[in-house]
Structures are given as structure tokens and as C-alpha cells.
Design a protein around this ligand. Structure first.
Ligand code: FRU
Length: 491
């Protein structure tokens, strides 16, 4: 173990850190069934995989500062995707090739081992813009031979000086797939003309990698950098997920500071190039969603996690948990499906184990109607719309409203004060058939029409603000369950 590793590990296991964990554990805004950081800051999901019956979720973790900072890989695991155990830190920034951050990466299972590839971030002192000079983003290989609990760094397999010269210093977030007898690694990139692209390397053994070329991009409307690419086939389609930066807002779309979305297209198996056949579509239309990563589980489902947050480039949007020693969380894991050439996201069946205290009713809404017995803070609420008038709204928590207007063909999510700067997000929608809400102490995930659209958002209501009411006109069937806490308290 190198001395820096030892030192960083000791700091993380100090009494000071233990005291901070206690403060976080006492926060009423703490989430009860979502993965969140033990202390400090969390961003991207990394290395997601299912190995010998256990799900692994590693994540970008800055334990020492709730507003971000040096990145480590934190680790949680689960056997059911609902109850998680915390395993502390698995990768520290302790080698010359990753000294300024163990950045995002992924896992690949081969021969009973988990191989990890991640970006080692290094910043050089001097007068640099850290885009065209001053930054190394090395691709590092690491291996676990004990099922994901101990990870040994192996080597820098692509050094920053080996990337093609037409790209800037920003090349990161490796993700692997296999095709015929070769392994391919895609990486997000920013070229020297400030266009986002995905590049691809090829290997026959996971240890030696050769540059293959550009996998996808650039695209005139899709920004200057494509982070976190992910390629897979699903329901007979080739799909590329990515998180582009620098996309202009267009109508109600692309309202967040950065986007995350997908393109359905075609992979050319000879040249290993991906050609989109459909426009880039956002995966989530809420305020807090970025850097998703997927994996195929042992039952063949394509499951996605995302960071339920965004880089802090928008001063209007605040997260008041910073003062309580933590910030950000993961979305619930979601199953992906393609239906009519659209990517749908479905809450996992597994989460039904948390359901308690079921309430079920048919309601005819005419004007404003409170339904006190539905009130709650942590719950799943399913509303099936049998008949809808011109307008129908659902009010929940302190001041959040989901409103559908048949006349304008729009559905909106609005927050008041409890949104801390999150105001309104809108989608175009002809017909409202179903709304499914997963509410946690400071988050909402809203699935519309069976997962055709999703809104993920953080929200910070005052304690006890748990109203549920309806307004407008319509006939609905409501089911509501209190969701049990998965009770992961980090000790
Ligand atoms: C996305 C991202 C990645 C990078 C990581 C650093 O949120 O910027 O591109 O690897 O976060 O934490």
C-alpha cells in the first residue's frame, strides 16, 4: 500500500469523519430509500454491474466537501437492488496517473473477475486553461478478483499523450462493450474545435488497446463535450446514451445546465461507428438528472442509475443540505425498454417490497379536493386517469404541482419555495393516462404514462408538509403506499 493511500484511508476513518456522519444521519431531509453519500458530495454512478448475485454501485465521491472536490470511488452493494450496504471508499486518488481525481468509469465482467476502467485526472501547475493544456485524463485499468470488494489498480492503459491530436485534454469516462471477438471501449471527448464526440478503442485481451476512430459525432446542435457515453443494444435497437454539455435550450427541451439523453441508431460492425437514426432525446425532464450509466443484470434486464443532481453551474438552483454536510443522491435504479422506438424507464418491480399501508380509491374530481388520508412524505402514489377534463392537477408536498392541460397539450411540474430555485419544467403531452410518483424526504421521481416521460427532482419541504390534493376535472383511480425505509445508516 503506498503512503498516500494509507494517509487518505486514515483520514476517512478518523473520528472527525465519524462525527460528520452522525450529523448527516440526523438530517430530516436525508433520503430513506435512495442511495446517498455517507457524508459530503456524490455525483456519477460508476462501475455498475451484477456479479454472482450481487449488484455493485460505485460512485463519484468527495467525502470531505459537500460542494465537491477531490473525487474518490465510493462503493455500495445489494442483493436485491433495494437494500444497500455501504462499503466505504474503493479507489483513492493515490497514483501519479490519477492524483487529482479518480474520475468516472465502468465495470466489465470477464473470466470470473471484474475489470474496471476509469479516468485518472491530473492537473499540472502553471498557466493553463485545462482544456487545451495542463490536464491529463489517463485511462486506468483495475481488477477485482474477490467479486467487487477489493480493487487493485493495474496500469494506465491509455496515457493522456496517446490520444489523437485533434482532441483537447478532455477525453474521459470509459465504457466497454463486446462485439464478435473484440472488446471496445468508448470515451467521451471534446475536440480542438469544441465539438463533442465519442471515440473508440479496441482490444482482444482488455490489457492492450488500439485507437479505432470516432464512434459517434460531432453533431452541430449537440454541444462542445459529450460526457459519460454508454452503448448497448436493447429490444432490437442500437442505443447510445450520453451527457452532452453546451446544448442550447429549445422550446421546453434542454432546460437544464447540461443534458443527458439517448439516440437510437445503427452500429456499423465493420467500422465500429454509430449513426443516429433518430434525434437526441432527453432521458429525464426534471431538474436533477445527469451522467446515467447502465448495465445488464444476470436476468438480462438493462438497468440504469443516474446522478439525481447536476454540476452547480446554475446559481438559481440550491441544495440546502450542503449546510448539513451532504449533497446529492442517486436516482432509483430503473429498467429501460424500447417501445415504439422510444426509450421508456420503469421503476423496478423489486421496490414493491417497500410498500406498506395501502390506500386505494376512485375519485371524481370537480374543483379543489383534499384527500387527507393520502397525505404523506415518503410514498409511492399511482394515479390512473380514466377521464380527464380540460385541466387536472395533483398537488403534493409543500408546494409542488403536476398539472395537465388537455387544451394546450402540456404537462408541467412546478415547485414553489421548497424547490429552492427549481421552478417549472414542461412536456408536450396529448393524453394523460397515468402518473406514478416516488416521493422521498427530499426527492420526487414522477413517471408519466408508464415511463414514457420521467421527471426527477430534488425538493426540500419543511417537516410535516405532506398534503395531497387534486384540482380540475376528472375521474381517477388512486393507489398509494407508504414506502418503508431501507434504513441504511452509515456507521
Ligand atoms: C460527469 C463528470 C464526468 C467525470 C466526473 C468527475 O458528471 O464530469 O465526465 O468523469 O463527472 O467527477
Amino acid at each position: 500500500m503506498n503512503p498516500l493511500h494509507q494517509e487518505l484511508k486514515q483520514v476517512y476513518h478518523s473520528d472527525q469523519i465519524e462525527a460528520k456522519k452522525k450529523t448527516v444521519n440526523q438530517d430530516p431531509w436525508r433520503l430513506t430509500y435512495h442511495v446517498m453519500p455517507p457524508i459530503g458530495w456524490l455525483n456519477d454512478p460508476n462501475g455498475v454491474c451484477h456479479f454472482n448475485g450481487r449488484y455493485h454501485l460505485y460512485y463519484q465521491y468527495s467525502p470531505h466537501d459537500a460542494v465537491g472536490g477531490m473525487k474518490y470511488w465510493g462503493h455500495k452493494s445489494s442483493t436485491d437492488l433495494v437494500h444497500f450496504e455501504d462499503h466505504g471508499i474503493k479507489l483513492y486518488p493515490d497514483e501519479p496517473y490519477d492524483l487529482h481525481g479518480v474520475y468516472s468509469g465502468s465495470a466489465y465482467i470477464k473470466d470470473d473477475m471484474i475489470h474496471y476502467f476509469y479516468t485518472g485526472n491530473v492537473k499540472h501547475l502553471g498557466d493553463h486553461d485545462y482544456v487545451s493544456s495542463g490536464r491529463e485524463q489517463n485511462t486506468i485499468h483495475a481488477i477485482s478478483t474477490d467479486g467487487g470488494f477489493t480493487i487493485e489498480k493495474q496500469a494506465c492503459v491509455i496515457g493522456a499523450d496517446e490520444y489523437p491530436k485533434e482532441f483537447s485534454n478532455h477525453i474521459r469516462d470509459p465504457k466497454l462493450f463486446k462485439l464478435n471477438s473484440h472488446y471496445y471501449m468508448i470515451l467521451g471527448a471534446r475536440d480542438r474545435e469544441d465539438k463533442g464526440q465519442v471515440i473508440v478503442y479496441r482490444s482482444s485481451d482488455l490489457f492492450n488497446w488500439t485507437y479505432q476512430g470516432v464512434f459517434a459525432g460531432p453533431s452541430p446542435d449537440l454541444g462542445y463535450m459529450w460526457e459519460c457515453p454508454d452503448y448497448f443494444t436493447l429490444d432490437g435497437h442500437d442505443v447510445l446514451l450520453m451527457s452532452p454539455q453546451g446544448v442550447e435550450a429549445k422550446g421546453h427541451e434542454f432546460q437544464n445546465v447540461y443534458q443527458s439523453g439517448y439516440m437510437i441508431g445503427h452500429l456499423d460492425p465493420e467500422n465500429i461507428t454509430f449513426t443516429p437514426e433518430k434525434d437526441f432525446k432527453e432521458l429525464d425532464r426534471g431538474f436533477d438528472f445527469y451522467a446515467p450509466q447502465t448495465f445488464e443484470d444476470e436476468s438480462g434486464r438493462r438497468i440504469m442509475w443516474a446522478w439525481m443532481g447536476l454540476p452547480p453551474d446554475d446559481d438559481n438552483i440550491q441544495n440546502p443540505t450542503i449546510e448539513r454536510g451532504w449533497q446529492h443522491a442517486m436516482t432509483m435504479p430503473r429498467e429501460l425498454k424500447i417501445i415504439d422506438e422510444k426509450l421508456y424507464q420503469l421503476p423496478l418491480e423489486e421496490y414493491k417490497v417497500l410498500r406498506q399501508d395501502e390506500k386505494e380509491m376512485n375519485l371524481t374530481i370537480s374543483g379543489h379536493q383534499e384527500v387527507k388520508e393520502l397525505n404523506g412524505e415518503v410514498y409511492e402514489l399511482q394515479i390512473d386517469v380514466h377521464r380527464c377534463g380540460d385541466e387536472l392537477s395533483i398537488h403534493l408536498r409543500q408546494d409542488t404541482t403536476i398539472s395537465f392541460s388537455k387544451k394546450s397539450g402540456k404537462l408541467s411540474l412546478n415547485h414553489g419555495k421548497s424547490g429552492y430555485g427549481r421552478d417549472e419544467r414542461i412536456i408536450e403531452l396529448d393524453e394523460l393516462k397515468q402518473v406514478r410518483v416516488f416521493s422521498d424526504m427530499s426527492s420526487l421521481e414522477v413517471f408519466i404514462n408508464g415511463g414514457e416521460y420521467v421527471f426527477s427532482t430534488r425538493v426540500y419541504p419543511e417537516p410535516g408538509q405532506d398534503q395531497i390534493s387534486f384540482s380540475g376535472e376528472g375521474c381517477i383511480h388512486v393507489s398509494k403506499w407508504v414506502l418503508a425505509s431501507t434504513n441504511e445508516r452509515v456507521s
